[in-house]
Write a protein that binds this ligand. Structure first.
Ligand code: PGA
Length: 267
C-alpha cells in the first residue's frame, strides 16, 4: 500500500485527478471504476476543469460504477446514476453508452449482477478503481461481514450507512435498505486501486484499513491483499495512523525517485 498523507481534501482531489489523467493520457481507451459519495466530488470537479482546459478527453474511456441503490424510482435524484450524470458524465465528454452502473431497478437482480460482472470482463477489466470508504469500513456497499471473495450482488445496508447517507435525502426513512454492489472480490481484480478518505470521521476506519488485520469486519482492509493501492488521505483522516512518520518518509523518497523517472511506483 502506498499511503499518501496530504495537507487537505483539495490536495487529495488533485492527486487523484493526476492519477486518473495520467492513465487516460497513456491509454485513452482505459476502463475506470468510479465511486459516488461526497469524497470523490472534488476529484470529479478537477477532472471537469482539466477537460474544459483541453488537457484531457474521456471520449474513449469506459466506466463502471461500484454500486447503486435498489428500489429508487428511475431518475430519482439520489440514485447513483443521477449523481454520476449530474456531477461528471454530462459535464465532460464521456460517451454515455460506455458509462455503466448497476441497474437497481432490474426485474431480476441476480441475473443483472451476473451480467454486470460479464460486462466488466468484456471491457477487459478495470484499469483503475476509485474508492471511498464508509465510516463502518465498507468499500462500495460491502458492509462489515461481507465475504472478501464476494462478487456483484444484492446487499443490505447497515443502519450506520443509512444514517451517513441520510444527509442526501429528506429523511432517514427515504434511504433505501438494499443495494446492488460490486463485491470485494470484484474490486480486488482492478489492476490499480485509488482509495480516498478525508475528514476526522474516517480516521478510525483508515487506521483499521491500513494498519489493522485483514478482516471481513472491515471490508476495506482487504485492500492490503492488492499489489497496487494508493491510499490518499488528508491530515484529519490520517490522524490515528501509528506509522504516519514512516509513510511520509517513504513518500518523500518515492516522489523524489519518480521525479527523476528512475523507478515505477512502489506499493
Ligand atoms: P462518503 O461515502 O464519500 O460520502 O463519505 C463514502 C462511502 O460510503 O464509500
Amino acid at each position: 500500500m502506498r499511503v499518501v498523507i496530504l495537507e487537505n481534501s483539495e490536495q487529495v482531489s488533485l492527486r487523484a485527478a493526476d492519477l486518473i489523467c495520467q492513465l487516460v493520457s497513456s491509454n485513452p481507451q482505459c476502463v475506470l471504476g468510479l465511486a459516488t459519495g461526497g469524497t470523490p466530488l472534488g476529484t470529479y470537479q478537477e477532472l471537469i476543469v482539466r477537460h474544459r482546459a483541453g488537457q484531457v478527453s474521456f471520449a474513449g474511456v469506459s466506466t463502471f460504477n461500484l454500486d447503486e441503490y435498489v428500489g429508487l424510482p428511475l431518475g430519482h435524484e439520489q440514485s447513483y446514476r443521477s449523481f454520476m450524470h449530474r456531477h461528471l458524465f454530462e459535464l465532460a465528454d464521456f460517451e454515455l453508452s460506455r458509462c455503466h452502473l448497476p441497474d437497481g431497478n432490474a426485474a431480476d437482480i441476480p441475473t443483472a449482477c451476473c451480467a454486470y460482472e460479464q460486462q466488466i470482463a468484456a471491457a477487459g477489466g478495470i484499469d483503475l478503481q476509485l474508492l471511498g470508504v464508509g465510516s463502518d469500513g465498507h468499500i462500495a456497499f460491502n458492509e462489515p461481514g461481507s465475504s472478501l471473495a464476494s462478487r456483484t450482488r444484492i446487499k443490505a445496508l447497515t443502519e450506520r450507512t443509512r444514517h451517513d447517507n441520510a444527509r442526501f435525502f429528506s429523511s432517514l426513512e427515504e434511504v433505501p435498505k438494499l443495494s446492488m454492489t460490486m463485491g470485494v472480490g470484484t474490486i480486488l481484480e482492478a489492476r490499480r486501486i485509488v482509495l480516498l478518505a478525508t475528514g476526522s470521521n474516517k480516521a478510525a476506519t483508515v487506521k483499521a484499513l491500513v494498519e489493522g488485520p485483514v478482516s471481513a469486519q472491515v471490508p476495506a482492509s482487504a485492500l492490503q491483499l492488492h499489489p497496487r493501492v494508493d491510499v490518499l488521505l488528508d491530515r484529519a483522516a490520517a490522524a490515528d495512523l501509528l506509522r504516519a512518520d514512516y509513510y511520509h518518509e517513504v513518500e518523500q523518497i518515492q516522489r523524489g525517485l519518480e521525479l527523476q523517472q528512475q523507478i515505477e511506483p512502489v506499493h
